[in-house]
Write a protein that binds this ligand. Sequence first.
Ligand code: ATP
Ligand code: MG
Length: 824
Amino acid sequence: MPQSSSPTPGQDFIRQIVSRDVASGLHAGRVLTRFPPEPNGYLHIGHAEAICLDFSVAEEFGGSTTLRMDDTNPTTEDPRYVDAIAEDIRWLGFEWAGEIRYASDYFEGLYRLALALVEDGNAYVDSLSEAEIRRHRGTVTAPGSPSPYRDRSVEENLDLFRRMRAGEFEDGAHVLRAKIDLASPNMKMRDPLLYRIRHAHHYRTGDEWPIYPMYDWAHGLSDAIEGITHSFCTLEFENNRELYDWGVDYTRPSAAGIEEIPGALGGGGSEPGSWDPRPRQYEFARLNLDYTVMSKRKLLTLVSEGRVDGWTDPRMPTLAGMRRLGVTPEAIRAFIDQVGIAKADKRVDIETLESAVRSDLNQRAPRVMCVLRPLRVVIENYPEGETEQLDAPYFPRDVESPPAEWPETRQIPFSDALYIERDDFSEDPPKGYRRLAPGREVRLRYAYFITCREVVKDPASQEIIELRCTYDPATRGGNAPDGRKVSGTIHWVSADQSIPIEARLYDRLFSDPDPEVGVEDFHENLNPDSLELLSESRVEPSVADSVPGTHYQFERVGYFVRDAAEAEDGRPAFNRTVTLRDTWARRQAQGATGARGGGEKRQGAESMEPPGSGERATTTAPEGVEPSKRSSRAGADARAASPELREMFARFQTEHGLTEESADLLTRDSAAAALFEGAVSGGGSPRGVANWIIHELRGSTEGGALDELPFDGGELGTLVALVEGGEISQPAAKRVLERMLEGGGDPRDIVEAEGLGRISDPSALASLVDGLLEAHPAEVDRYRAGQAGLIGFFIGQAMRQTEGRADPELLQRVLLERLGQPSP
Ligand code: ATP
Ligand code: MG
């Protein structure tokens, strides 16, 4: 079947490149990417961007991804980081092809390639010190000058390099340099170092190697050895690309001894540059996030100085830290998706991440009640010693499909002694305060109206220690038969039957959005209040049996997750993942009047906001007219002029669970909004539909052309449903969309006509696999002889033949069946 020749509309530039290559038949349409972490620390959220790119691009084009430890630096690497890295990648939802690879497994191959380079007269042993080499290198405006050793004979170079490898010289006595061009405008090309002597112990190769390859040598050629087709890295390597290419072009693949290298899928002939496939490097902008630093080296200082509780401290921007904070992999992937792949460096507002976390948790976290800072309330007219159970829903109505593991409701005990939040009472309420105050009536959520009759104080300190209240038995469930209103609704727990917990309120690790600017040392910007431990908090009893990792929304308080590490006294501990939306802070910023209370920046703000009337659990409240950090001026202007758009902006968030950014992008004009609504009715999930409109359609249609599409929302919804139901692959869906853009039509008909459906017929896949095994006997033998990693090769081949349409799980099963176990 012919590949589509034009890139799919709306693709980022990386995907456009890969589309182009696949379409032109480069490497026979094969795509193999790699993720190459250095095992010198835990992965952080920046790495997540690279991981999502490397793995998703390969997946979308029916290819696969290797995981390679870039472990060429013996002094900083540690096997425990290897395990942590592997765990984090799996947690994000990705699986690499075959075994974990190690650049250190390629040391011998790399060395042999270097020997051949020396033989070809393209590298020499320099005996200047590194400082002298730097001095000889020239400047951006002045060319470098040759080392006196530059014209050593090939024989002498070979002899010296072999003796370097044999360990005959001290550290620093010699280096191996590429012989390129001392006048190159690219400083990296001025005879760069390829090998250094370092008598250092390596965590995998031990003392076998007294020389270690430099990054530029090891990286590009590891790619070539592994058979990588597309090598994505961050922009700071842009200048290294020329050297990457030079290494690939000047080495003779046959010299590397590929047959002996486990997992190597690359190869080629004895001509310099005849690598097959020939890998290419592409750079994308690294992700920088506000209020964090994102370098493993810097994060390591926080760990080793004890500023945080290890790499997995919930304040760390590491994936392991974020996991403990309660962030889900889905939220991280949605965030990475939203940020997109760019060509220019960017800083991302932490709000964008927080909002992705909220929209994810909004859909999965049951609502329960927890009082962080309790104030005792005695209901004077409630029968003493009695308890009743009140029924309360776990999820608000606008969560469309609450996770199946949660029942619809749980029971909350009510009795004559309760706790409410200290912040929810004010003896002298300021204007606009809508919670409890002397003589005032409020609603206890899911329970009764209560009125405050008396404030009891400690005679010595004058601190409020208890409120005496009465309740109205007729308001059970939260509504008065006479229809009277109360000023607000507050949360509560039973005094005797609630469970004491430790609440850990995490805040940003740094107090400055860009912690490294304007200070000598970023440690100066550490936020001293990044963790507040609350030891009096109490939660409703339904939470007692939750397992670590369970997410909750403590209503009006924030999203929390149960931590595996309990409090010191054995109480269960809950980490605050993220606050609820900070509407209070926004109102303050806009100059609205209201009560100020609490004291902490993030959490107190929330408990100010009453959740609104009606017994529904809280979701985040939308606003639509003033642009916030997460929505645009253009959108705000459009919505200021249109009540319908305003209504939709709010509803898309509350009812459909869209993030504010997505809702904003979809309500700048009525065409996009109508398309969205039509597609959701047509069967696509709201977030899926939003993604397709924002990322695929908007990019491929000029400006406002969404109202002139040759198909309607319902048809788009069908398409999204087909992908979401696994009936077609992502790349196939993009092809269908292209066809729809060209001439409309029912997506199902297009899938049918173009044969784009997933191949999930076991016998069809079995015969495809048989054909493959027959066509690649050498790989089959190598696989059976123990190169288990070759499974990735077969998957790649099968995906290529089926243009990514083979059902991946089934394919893997059939392959394993036919290939059998590799011998150990
Ligand atoms: P750090 O400075 O945090 O140690 P690094 O680049 O040295 O980062 P590596 O382990 O070498 O860490 O990175 C593995 C891959 O992740 C590389 O391809 C790198 O380009 C990518 N990467 C690292 N940081 C980011 C980031 N902030 N955004 C996107 N990609 C990143
Ligand atoms: Mg690095």
